[in-house]
Each structure stands twice: as C-alpha cells, then as structure tokens.
Design a protein around this ligand. Structure first.
Ligand code: HPA
Ligand code: ZN
Length: 324
C-alpha cells in the first residue's frame, strides 16, 4: 500500500506554506537573519510541538514564522516544500500564505509573494509541478485589516488566484468577513475559507451562504447536521480535510475516531491534505498512509480521494482532464 500511495500522482489543496517550515530551516534562517528563537536544538522544537487545540498550535506557528524576513527566506521555504512534493509525487499544489503574519512585522507584501512565486516558477520548470497561490486573511484580526490586505494584493491579482480565511475559528465567524469577501469576489478572486475545523455547523453554513465560498477547508464538523450533509452531497462542495492536523490538534482524539471514511462513504467530495506538515508529523503520503493503517481505506477509496482533489482544484478544465 505504501508503494501504491507513493506511485499515485496527487494534488494538494490545503497547505499553509508557513506550516511547512521544518525546524532545521527555522534554525538556519534564525541564524542567517539574527532572529532569536526560544529553542536550543531541533529536539527542543519537536518537544514544543505538543498541541491541545488549534490556538495552542497557532501561538507556536506564528512565533516560528518570525524567522522569515527576506525574499530568499520565502523562496527557500517554498522550495523545500516543493522538494517534499517531488518526494511524495504531488504534481499539483494550491498553497496558502498569510500576508498579515508578515506585513505586521514590517515585511513587505512584495517580499513574501515574490519569494514564493519564484520558487513555484522553478518548481514548474524543474519538476513540472503546477500550482496556485491563495492568500488567507487572519480571522482573529479585524475585517478592516483584511480590507487593507486585499488592497495590497491587487497588483498581484494575476499571481494570487483566490482568498481564504484561517487562524482562530471560534469567536471569529464568517459573518465578520462578509464585506471583504464580497469585494474579493468583485475583484475576481476564487473564494475558500476554513470552516468547521473547531467551529460548529453554523460556521460552515454561513461560510457558504454569506461568503459564497467554493471549497470548505476542513469542514469535518458537518457531520453534526443531517441537512448540511445532504447539501454538501447534492452540491458536491469540496472539503479539504487534513487528517494528521485533526489528530494533532485534538479535533478527533484518535485516528480511529476520524470521520473521513464516513464522509466519503456518504458521498461527499472529500480530499486529503497536509495543512501544516512540518508541525503535524508528515506530508501527503504520511496522511494517506495513516488513513489506510487506522481507518482501513481501500485502494478504491484512495483513488477517489485523489481524483476529488484534481476535480476540486482551481486548474483549467483542460489541465484537469489531463490529470484525471
Ligand atoms: N486552521 C486555522 N488556521 C490555520 C491552520 C488551521 O488548520 N493552519 C494554519 N493556520
Ligand atoms: Zn489550514
């Protein structure tokens, strides 16, 4: 099965590039940029990666991102993730970045996007890996701040395909960002949002109805509403599920409790993704392998999940056909 998973060409639709910062690169960049980090060794870092919920992770994740200062740093970060894609046979990826995590520290929007973009261009040229970039608004910040970020992104509209919404879900419902999503839609951005990771079904429903999103990031809490499950099935709205993440952040206590197999069997358009792989013990293949080992997914299940990713991606219909 390991070989089967390895050999399947895959697509990833839910990956925070800042969440692919491996401890080794964190140390290297901390030294290069003379940034203090609260860890002495790689082992110390790994010891700190014991999370109790989403917020306990976010605190450490934002602190880790402080080593990213220059264009080269964003290039190296992205290129290292691309090398993992090569290793795992991921041939298309749609990556998130969080502009506000950087602009709030005085790092220019252009530095961030140009470093990421250059690495993705090289990924296409060297390995044939295709990609899209989605920028996320941090939902613990105000809508006004999101509007400023949207404004900053406009010169890069041909590089950034869509907008998303991430960070602390509870207490920051989709409604808070209704106006900025309307504006993003008018500007031609594709729309996604994290919903139903920790938040209840109302977060998913309002993300669909008020923000008009095309894909739901996570969405695993949908299981608590029969009517929502039916709607997701009827409309085949994609769910970008991140199994390792859900276990590490205690959304489900153990792998055996994860509901992805139930969602898939119900007929939902479910996909598998790695979210923040440097923090959640593994990239795409590790997520698939864990599902196989703990939830008894069949080869057919895995093929369905992979096909769902390609059909739910923001690539052109022609490219989609060539991939599926
Ligand atoms: N949820 C919310 N915000 C995030 C995540 C996540 O899984 N990863 C990075 N930012
Ligand atoms: Zn995420």
């Amino acid at each position: 099965m390991k070989e089967f998973i390895q050999l399947l060409p895959k697509a990833e639709l839910h990956l925070h590039i800042e969440g692919s910062l491996e401890p080794e690169l964190m140390f290297k960049l901390a030294e290069r940029n003379r940034v203090e980090i609260p860890y002495g060794t790689v082992a110390d870092v790994k010891e700190a990666y014991k999370f109790t919920n989403l917020q306990s992770f976010l605190d450490i994740y934002y602190a880790g991102a402080s080593v990213l200062i220059n264009k080269d740093d964003f290039y190296d970060l992205t290129y290292e993730y691309i090398l993992k894609c090569v290793e795992d046979n991921v041939i298309h990826t749609e990556i998130f970045f969080d502009p506000q995590t950087h602009t709030h520290r005085g790092v220019a929007f252009d530095v961030v996007i140009s470093g990421i973009k250059e690495a993705l261009d090289d990924a296409k040229e060297k390995f044939g890996i295709t990609s899209n970039i989605i920028m996320c608004f941090l939902r613990h910040l105000s809508q006004e701040d999101a509007f400023k970020t949207l404004e900053q992104s406009l010169p890069y509209k041909d590089i950034i395909i869509g907008v998303g919404l991430d960070s602390s879900e509870l207490g920051n419902p989709p409604k808070k960002f209704e106006d900025v999503y309307n504006k993003a839609r008018e500007e031609g951005f594709r729309l996604v949002a994290h919903a139903g990771e920790e938040g209840d079904v109302s977060y998913i429903e309002t993300a669909l109805d008020l923000l008009n999103i095309e894909r739901i990031d996570h969405g695993v809490q949908a299981i608590h509403s029969q009517s929502l499950m039916q709607r997701l099935k009827d409309e085949q709205i994609p769910l970008t599920v991140c199994p390792n993440s859900n276990i590490e952040l205690k959304v489900f206590e153990t792998y055996k409790d994860h509901n992805i197999k139930y969602l898939l069997d119900y007929g939902l358009n479910v996909t598998v993704n790695s979210d923040d792989p440097a923090y959640f013990k593994g990239y795409m293949n590790k997520n698939f392998l864990n599902l196989y080992e703990h939830l008894d997914l069949s080869k057919d299940d895995i093929v369905t999940l992979v096909k769902n990713s390609f059909r739910s991606s923001f690539i052109s219909d022609e490219l989609k056909e060539s991939y599926i």
